[in-house]
Design a protein around this ligand. Structure first.
Ligand SMILES: Nc1ncnc2c1ncn2[C@@H]1O[C@H](COP(=O)(O)OP(=O)(O)OP(=O)(O)O)[C@@H](O)[C@H]1O
Length: 719
């Protein structure tokens, strides 16, 4: 309060006691210590491992109560079972005692049974007599007690004996008794009897024969399945359980899609803690789930978008801004559906600018035409060339954004990254820009020759370079790439492009190699292989997100079933998106009927890509890296006489280059080129000759250039 205010407060007749109240407030005592003590106690109660879980949490308390009721109901049967088992154990012990089994076996082993037979027989007779005497004694004592105290004495005696037998026959590790040759069904018995779970871990070889598990959280009902958390024995790793999920599923007698195994990380978790969830039935057999986007009027692209649900029915939202997404699968598994789900959320944000290139050329994407800034549907060469123009335009746009960001103050643009406010500020013109390319393998495989600043490339190679640059540099500038491919093989999607795509979604593929190509190296060995998904599970795939999801930030990958969005829902969402854009005034480009030519500055783009990008390496290769002889001459020879043949005979090369046959062959082997035999047309007809596959020669040249470039970079780095 300023001095003027205070003065006016004192002179104001409506506030006569103000000064007194201020004095009281200053002398106000701190909070009562009781509250702090209570809070401390509550904190201790919640965190202490000594307080059982059921006393901390309502879900566990309810589960514990249910378990108690079940245990009480089952207890008479369990008692009876234990008594019978105890009786069997007691009778067995008595038989071996009365027949003097240990003595007899020892005599048999030392082959002195004949000598000892008389002794054994005598002892057996004596023990039978003792048995008879004991039975008679017990019968007499029972009869006397019955006469003196009435029937209740017999009941009490019987009860004591029954309890003793039950203790003898109780189930425990190593307790005597026969094991069933064919045990009954194992499914879900583990929820009742943890020993079954321990056996399953042992059978799956996840723990040793003498090792056991420690229960962290008892089995509780969660969704349509059971959840349990256990600790592995010391030195055993939870990551191995995740990896060998199949073996554990088999040991628990459930399909592997029904079993979810996750590591528990961070606070409260460690490398040996495993959280398991077992579904009652195939979680993906249920009818498809409609996208929740239908229920919202608009969406914020900066929020993780609703993508699907996992087996536990947790909603999985996918963060997309500042990253990019690769979707791969064999045909008809739900790629387009997954890409459209992502598109639908972005469409519902009127500030998002969309580029949609549909190389499938079907009707799946048609509705997006009414909202997209640029749209095309087709698989011809003209479409591939148009895509190049789009990407060149986008590279220029991204460069422009970074230039403009340099001029912005730190408050508006704290880092070299687009922020939510910046993306919505129309004056800055940096909206989130999403580029969708369906069936991206088609443009990437296109072999139409293009010339970029005097350098000859195929259209596919150039698109690969442009996409790689965009995936690497553009996400921070607000550009989101979503690529869907039907052919997730290493030849189609260049590895340098894959390496920079942050999020991956692999629906069913043919084998683990393809799965690794989408999800990343070695993912199958970590337990994530999308070739194991069932054909009937449409829309189910393994998501490797680049960021936090509902399942937690530390989850490497998770199996998700995407939401289902049939064409009519998709159309409705696109119409909604158009309405939003019209209202905000962000309907531009194709959707607004203004099909402007892309702004192309090929020179600037080639320079941008050339500096530090993959084309830089190309440039170094083309000019600075000299191939060793004779491969250099061979490559020159092939380039000069490009007649389209894919095989070149050794004799032709030796003659053209004026080399000696044996030395040439030896030098080529040293450079990694081995000759093969193939049939070629010669003047004397078709003959089988020795020679080299052109592709092999070019691959060897590429390898050597790569090695030289890397070596150069390493030397530069060391300097
Ligand atoms: N989440 C889902 N739930 C249920 N069914 C789905 C789901 N996703 C896709 N499908 C079904 O799978 C079929 C194939 O989907 P989609 O057209 O997206 O596959 P695709 O992989 O893009 O096929 P293509 O390779 O031929 O382009 C669809 O007709 C749809 O019925």
């Amino acid at each position: 309060m300023s001095a003027d205010d205070r003065e006016s407060a004192v002179t104001d007749p409506r506030l006569p006691v103000r000064a007194v109240l201020e004095g009281e407030f200053v002398n106000d005592r701190p909070q009562a210590p009781r509250v702090t003590w209570m809070r401390r106690f509550m904190n201790w109660w919640k965190r202490s491992p000594r307080v059982p879980l059921w006393a901390k949490d309502r879900v566990h308390a309810v589960q514990a109560a249910k378990d108690l009721v079940v245990a009480l109901l089952r207890s008479p049967f369990r008692f009876l079972g234990a008594v019978v088992r105890g009786l069997v154990v007691a009778v067995r012990w008595w038989r071996s005692w009365v027949t003097v089994r240990d003595y007899r076996e020892a005599a048999e082993q030392s082959e002195k049974l004949a000598d000892k037979f008389g002794d054994i027989r005598e002892l057996t007779l004596f023990r039978w007599k003792v048995t008879g005497a004991v039975v008679a004694g017990v019968a007499i004592v029972g009869a006397v007690a019955d006469l003196v105290y009435g029937h209740q004495a017999l009941w009490i005696g019987g009860g004591v004996i029954a309890v003793a037998l039950a203790v003898l026959g109780r189930r425990k590790d190593g307790s005597p008794g026969r094991k069933a040759v064919l045990a009954g069904p194992r499914t879900l018995t583990w929820t009742m009897d943890p020993q079954v779970l321990v056996d399953a871990f042992r059978d799956a070889k996840l723990i040793g024969k003498d090792e056991t598990l420690r229960l962290v959280e008892r089995a509780t009902r969660q969704g349509d399945g059971w959840a349990i958390t256990v600790d592995l024995p010391a030195t055993r790793k939870a990551a191995d359980v995740v990896k060998n999920r199949d073996a554990l599923a088999s040991a628990l007698a459930v399909d592997e899609v029904q079993l979810i195994v996750e590591r528990v990380r961070g606070n409260g978790g460690h490398a040996g803690r495993v959280a398991m969830w077992v579904a009652d039935e195939d979680p993906y057999a249920a009818p498809p789930l409609r996208t929740p986007l239908l229920a919202v009027q608009r969406w914020d692209a900066w929020r993780p978008l609703p993508f699907g649900r996992d087996a536990r029915d947790r909603r999985i939202d996918l963060p997309l801004v500042w990253t990019s997404l690769l979707i791969g699968a064999i045909p008809r598994q739900g790629k387009t559906m997954a890409a459209r789900l992502v598109a639908a959320a972005l469409i519902l944000d009127p500030h998002v600018r969309l580029y949609v290139a549909d190389f499938k050329a079907g009707k799946d994407w048609i509705s997006a035409a009414q909202v997209a800034h640029r749209f095309m549907s087709g698989d011809g060469t003209e479409h591939v060339l148009a895509l190049i123009d789009w990407l060149v335009e986008l590279v220029g746009e991204v460069q422009g954004r970074y230039r403009r960001m340099q001029e912005l103050d730190d408050l508006t643009c704290p880092e070299s990254k687009v922020t939510p406010d910046m993306s919505r500020d129309r004056a800055l013109d940096m909206p989130i820009t999403a580029v969708f390319i369906d069936e991206v393998q088609l443009p990437l495989e296109d072999r139409t020759p293009v010339e970029v600043q005097g350098k000859k490339l195929t259209a596919g190679e150039y698109i690969g370079e442009l996409l790689t640059w965009l995936a690497k540099k553009a996400p921070a500038a607000g550009l989101v790439l979503v690529l869907a491919t039907q052919r997730p093989d290493s030849k189609t999607i260049p590895s340098k492009l894959r390496a920079v795509l942050g999020s991956r979604f692999a629906l069913r593929v043919i084998d683990w190699r393809d799965s690794n190509i989408v999800l990343g190296e070695q993912m199958n060995t970590r337990g994530y292989d999308s070739s194991r998904l069932l054909p009937s599970h449409k829309g189910v795939g393994i998501l490797r997100p680049d960021g936090e999801t509902e399942a937690g930030a530390d989850v490497l990958a998770l199996t998700v079933r995407t939401f289902y969005m049939p064409n009519e829902d998709w159309r409705e969402l696109c119409e909604r998106g158009r309405g939003l854009r019209e209202a905000v005034g962000t309907l531009t480009g194709h959707a607004a009927g203004q099909e402007a030519q892309p702004m192309l500055d090929h020179a600037a783009v080639a320079k941008a890509i050339g500096s530090g990008g993959p084309m830089a390496a190309e440039a170094v290769r083309a000019t600075d890296v000299e191939l060793p002889e004779p491969l250099a001459s061979v490559v020159d020879y092939l380039a000069d006489g490009d007649d389209g043949h894919d095989f070149v005979p050794t004799s032709e090369l030796v003659e053209a280059l004026g080399l000696e046959m044996t030395t040439f062959g030896r030098d080529m082997v040293e450079l990694g080129c081995r000759s093969t035999r193939d049939r070629v047309a010669t003047a004397d007809g078709v003959r089988q000759v020795r020679g080299y596959a052109v592709a092999d020669l070019l691959a060897a040249a590429e390898r050597l250039r790569d090695a030289a470039v890397i070596e150069g970079e390493v030397i530069d780095g060391e300097r």
